[in-house]
Design a protein around this ligand. Structure first.
Ligand code: ADP
Length: 478
């Protein structure tokens, strides 16, 4: 997949994700709006029902007052036997009932405040609760009866309000909340009466209730969108990594071909020369050419060995041959092997082996390869005569070896990736150092296998230093 295709896919996927998110947001908002409308209708219906109950109560009360008055007067007037009235309800009673309702209405008309003041707070509380519950609304609420004449609430939350010295009732902020409420009905305002007051109700938890109603849909859509986003990012990441790996592998094949080309050409040249009749007669020349063939063959073998090593490490089918090692000794041997090459390039290498307890348990061959790889790199990546130093020191539970050079160094970005397999710093035409990009990944694999650590510090143009740590006994390290 080329870069352009990946970019197009990324853009399409981002647009699709954004579109899905916007549509989901729109539907959720619609859901909340619908829920809010439903809630409003239910509350308004409940308030009207409560209003009806209160007005019925006021009617009854007024009728009761009338009938008490009437029965008192009938006792005094001795018009009729009151007992007889109770036993024998007649058409008269029905008419009287009608009449009394009308009288009650007239009484309201004459004294409108009377009806408002006759509301029973416990009854009001009960009516509200029952009506709201019947609509499925089980939320906390504040409610109050507002008197237009007093310009204040005469009842709040089921109690008559006490008016304080400055003439204002103390209702603990309920009044402020109720004034903001959108839910209210006028009370006792029928049939040509003036509005004397209203019943108001406020739900402090209304918003959270509405959000809660769409919460399952909200959470599941966030989770699913998150999941899609995660899969998308993951897939793109995998594609990009694969692309990088495939590029690195191509580089590796090119490098390897290049590495083998020179020895193969040299061997073929030497073999041709041996076949030459002039050389055939000269034993010392034959010996020299045979030597060259041997050398080049060895070089190829080393390269093949390097590749095989890393392949084996990859499959994890390598076993460490554990022995007691003195790291100071191992460093000294590696140093001596390297010194010749450093001297050839007129460089210098010095050692400061200050570890007192340099004993570790490990695989001598692998650890020695680690040291050789690091020293090789220190020489390879020093374009000027190499200036290398190697030190050992005691650290807690182990030994630390540090190899420092004053070579080309690396940038921070490269430094993060040099332990990856096949990774080689791309230096353009600046230098032409051969390699497979396997050395440091091998170093990392071996230190890991010994439960050690390797870290690199470097500054571009100034040099690099690699620090490897090996524990004395890695089997004891958790
Ligand atoms: P190779 O040397 O075969 O390319 P390595 O795995 O040994 O592979 O190193 C990976 C890369 O790290 C190298 O390509 C090189 O750019 C960088 N590198 C390693 N050691 C040094 C060093 N001492 N100084 C500068 N760059 C280094």
């Amino acid at each position: 997949m080329d870069k352009r295709t990946i970019q197009v896919i990324m853009i399409l996927m981002s647009v699709a994700l954004m579109g899905i998110s916007i549509i989901q947001f729109y539907w959720l908002k619609n859901g909340i709006d619908l829920e809010a409308q439903n809630f409003d209708t239910q509350v308004r219906y409940s308030l009207n029902r409560v209003k009806q109950n209160l007005e019925d109560d006021a009617n009854q009360l007024e009728k009761l007052n009338r009938s008490i008055e009437r029965s008192q007067s009938s006792i005094f007037n001795q018009e009729k036997d009151p007992l007889e009235k109770i036993i024998k309800p007649s058409l008269d009673d029905y008419r009287r009932d009608k009449l009394e309702t009308q009288v009650a209405n007239i009484a309201w008309l004459l004294n409108p405040e009377y009806a408002l003041n006759s509301i029973s707070p416990p009854d009001l509380s009960r009516y509200l609760r029952v009506e709201l519950l019947s609509q499925g609304i089980d939320l906390n609420y504040d409610f109050g009866v507002f008197s237009n004449k007093d310009e204040d609430y005469i009842i709040t939350n089921g109690k008559f309000n006490v008016v304080n010295v400055i003439g204002k009732s103390s209702n603990g902020g309920v009044a402020t909340r109720l004034s903001q409420s959108m839910y209210q009905v006028n009370l006792f305002d029928g049939e040509g009466r003036t509005t004397i007051g209203s019943l108001r109700i406020f739900f402090p938890q209304k918003t959270s209730f509405l959000i809660k109603s769409v919460l399952p849909a909200l959470i599941s859509s966030i989770l699913l969108t998150g999941l899609i986003l995660f899969c998308f990012v993951y897939t793109i990441n995998v594609i990009l990594t694969q692309k990088k790996v495939s590029l690195m592998k191509t580089d590796f094949i090119n490098n390897m071909t290049h590495e083998f080309k020179t020895p193969i050409a040299t061997i073929s040249l030497a073999a041709d020369s041996i076949g030459n009749p002039m050389v055939k007669s000269n034993e010392s020349l034959i010996e020299r050419y045979a030597d060259i063939i041997k050398q080049e063959n060895k070089r190829m073998l080393t390269q093949v060995e390097k590749v095989l090593q890393i392949a084996r490490l990859d499959k994890k089918d390598f076993t460490l041959k554990l022995v007691d090692i003195n790291l100071n000794d191992l460093v000294t041997i590696a140093l001596e092997n390297t010194r010749l090459r450093v001297n050839q390039r007129e460089g210098k290498i010095n050692a400061h082996l200050s570890a007192q307890n340099a004993k570790v348990i490990g695989d001598e061959n692998h650890i020695s390869n680690v040291l050789h790889n690091l020293l090789d790199n220190a020489i390879k990546y020093s374009p000027e005569p190499p200036d290398i130093s190697i030190t050992t020191k005691d650290v807690s539970n182990g030994v630390e070896i540090k190899i420092t050079d004053k070579g080309i160094g690396m940038s921070k970005e490269d430094l993060k990736r040099i332990f990856e397999k096949f990774y080689r710093v791309s230096t353009g035409n600046l230098h032409d150092v051969k390699g497979f990009g396997l050395g440091l990944s091998y170093v990392k694999a071996i230190t890991d296998a010994h439960k050690g650590r390797v870290k690199a510090q470097s500054e571009l143009g100034k040099g690099s230093s690699f620090t490897v740590y090996f524990p004395h006994d890695f089997s004891r390290v958790k």
